[in-house]
Design a protein around this ligand. Structure first.
Ligand code: GLC
Length: 632
């Protein structure tokens, strides 16, 4: 066992020798990428594991794993690597559209998902996120987020071979497969967990286990409670009396990344998944992966170093694979995870939360501020914009942004929670509270888009709000992500409360089974929403100005209006002007506000020509996507 060397070349030769023992001489493409990325990986390892004896060994093993994984990588995936290399902006296209679903709930199993490929194509999907599908404990497994094996598919859903075959079928259909990389924790039934508890010396440092409450108490002075309904604090007690770190459910045990063997083991699991044909890994719970006493143990600098190290490993062995960050934290922290060297994609929880905030308050200023000031991203990266996910909605806006608009954050969050769980007078929403914490007053909200937007309550604006929320996610840039079922205005499913495995977790209210696709043809909210969304998706696909992430300001004097311009990836001469009204009354934009544009504009959704001389009328909960030409 030796520490990492100061001289990177020495460790590089050491790692190469280890890899060549494994695979024979390195081939050209690997050699090139090894030379390019090893120095970065080495520097990251030095910062993470510099003073540990086993850091250098782990690094050499990781390189050997990468070399072996590259050697075993199927040819069609290597071809995909070349294709992406030639078109690195592929995911910035306005044709990108994501969908997400639970395999069992939506289609029964992987073969059911395969049968639905024509439907996914009809919707225009180019990206399909299948919720966790790995082996996990029976009963409550946090919807599969407690993984017992990263190499076996939950037998109720199918097999790993079926997953690889599905990835290939999806690829042929123009759809990239996305799965979770749940790397902050494993289930307590994972082999590593069992061995750690049993005292196997190879695994005793895989998790954070303490003999008594001394260290847990010390850590808990500064960490947040994430699932207080399940257990207080961040630790749970083992049968033998010891305490183990469990940020989420008591059966999800946090891995100890301070141990380089954990990095090595998880790099192996990641490379395995990459070779099944997964194109995007959703990096689960990134904020929590490194702990340090006296801190919140969230978004620590080492969390970024770890992600960058995983990224560097992939660049060597599966270069087309992308990471999507799941950081549902303060917006200043969310942005820190996004770069080509770390996560190329990220959920945009701020836009999601503020879309709902604006619909409740009928005031778009906070959303406008976020788009004006917090939307820009580094080149080579993109937001994943969504209306809602499988998780709760937390009000993650920055208190200081709210303060600038005279909004006091704490009572505002309270109001939003009350509004969306149907407690505020006059609310149109039918949501359910999630993880209400009486100690802190914190709470979050669950519910399907249609139920939160007013369709369940029979509110006259419900359908328009569903379409408006999607119109924003489809027009601000990056990859829009549809929660499958929402295109048919699916309502809450309260039956979760009758099932002991789901009753304690209200997020199941918005994870219903697949609605009947025939509803799309009917004159119901489902049918009307479906047709309006299909029209928007088609318009987006045909509008190159909506590609990429660039967003230019467009100020209006109206507080219920959010507006911006999109110039596309190549900063085209024409732009799309998006104007949306979250208010309950129609608004009029005067000609002066629009005077920077040529008089003739085109509504790209309806294909109608619009004269801007008379200004612009936007209905209650309405919006326009206008092709305009700036007058220079
Ligand atoms: C992520 C998932 C969430 C899960 C948690 C623990 O936040 O989105 O559903 O409960 O991680 O894995």
């Amino acid at each position: 066992m030796t520490q990492l060397h100061d001289d990177v070349a020495v460790d590089q030769d050491f790692a190469r020798a280890r890899a060549e023992q494994e695979t024979g001489p390195l081939d050209d493409p690997f050699e090139r990428r090894f030379a390019q990325h090893f120095p970065r990986l080495h520097a990251l390892f030095r910062r993470l594991y510099g003073d540990r004896d086993d850091g250098r060994e782990a690094l050499a093993d990781v390189v050997a794993l990468a070399a072996a994984s590259w050697q075993a990588r199927p040819l069609e995936l290597k071809a995909r690597d070349d294709l992406r290399d030639a078109d690195p902006d592929w995911f910035q296209s306005q044709r990108m559209l994501g969908g997400v679903c639970y395999v069992d709930r939506y289609a029964g199993g992987l073969s059911g998902i395969r049968d639905l490929i024509p439907y996914f194509q009809e919707l225009g999907l180019t990206y399909l996120h299948l919720m966790p599908l790995f082996e996990s404990p029976e009963g409550n497994s946090d919807g599969g987020y407690a993984v017992s094996s990263y190499r076996r598919v939950n037998p109720a859903l199918g097999t790993m071979d079926q997953l690889a075959a599905l990835a290939a079928d999806l690829r042929l259909a123009g759809i990239s497969l996305v799965v979770d990389f749940i790397f902050n924790h494993t289930s307590n039934e994972h082999e590593w967990a069992k061995r750690a508890v049993a005292g196997d010396p190879d695994f005793d440092e895989f998790y954070l286990i303490f003999p008594d409450r001394r260290m847990p108490d010390a850590y808990e002075r500064t960490v947040r409670e994430i699932f207080p309904d399940d257990h207080p604090g961040a630790f749970v007690q083992l049968d033998d009396g010891r305490w183990i770190w469990a940020t989420f459910y008591h059966f999800q045990w946090d891995l100890n990344y301070a141990n380089p063997a954990v990095f090595r083991a998880m790099a192996g699991e990641m490379l395995f998944l990459a070779n099944q044909g997964v194109e995007i890994l959703r990096m689960d719970a990134v904020a929590f992966i490194w702990k340090r006493l006296g801190t919140a143990c969230e978004s620590l600098p080492e969390a970024h170093l770890l992600l960058q190290a995983f990224n560097a490993v992939l660049r060597m062995a599966a270069p087309s694979l992308l990471f999507k960050s799941e950081a549902i934290v303060h917006p200043d922290e969310v942005i820190e995870y996004i770069s080509p060297q770390e996560c190329q994609l990220s959920y945009n929880p701020l836009q999601m939360a503020l879309t709902w905030e604006s619909l409740a308050t009928r005031d778009a200023r906070l959303l406008q501020k976020a788009l004006d000031e917090r939307h820009a991203l580094p080149p080579g990266t993109a937001w994943v914009n969504y209306v809602r996910s499988h998780d709760d909605i937390g009000w993650t806006f920055a208190d200081e942004d709210a303060a600038e608009l005279g909004i006091e954050a704490y009572p505002h969050r309270r109001f939003l929670n009350d509004f969306y769980v149907g407690r505020a007078p006059g609310t149109f929403a039918r949501g359910v509270p999630f993880q209400e914490n009486p100690k802190t007053g914190d709470a979050r909200v669950t519910g399907t888009t249609a139920s939160l937007a007013g369709i369940e309550a029979g509110d006259a604006g419900g359908e328009d709000r569903v379409v408006l929320a999607h119109a924003l996610a489809l027009s601000t840039g990056g990859i829009p992500l549809l929660y499958l079922g929402d295109e048919l205005a699916q309502l809450n499913d309260y039956s979760y409360a009758d099932d002991p495995d789901t009753a304690g977790d209200s997020r199941w209210v918005h994870r219903p089974r697949r609605p009947d696709a025939a509803l799309a043809q009917t004159d119901t909210p489902a049918g009307r929403v479906f047709r309006r969304l299909a029209q928007l998706v088609a318009a987006r696909q045909a509008t190159p100005e909506l590609a990429g992430n660039a967003l230019l300001r467009f100020d209006t004097p109206l507080p219920s209006v959010v507006a911006f311009q999109r110039p596309g990836l190549e900063l085209l001469a024409d732009r799309i002007l998006v104007v949306a009204n979250v208010g309950d009354d129609a608004v009029h934009l005067d000609p002066l506000t629009l005077s920077g544009f040529a008089r003739d504009a085109v509504d790209v959704v309806t294909a109608e020509s619009i004269e801007l001389d008379a200004g612009l009328d936007i209905a209650a909960h309405g919006f326009v996507w206008l092709r305009v030409r700036p007058l220079w």
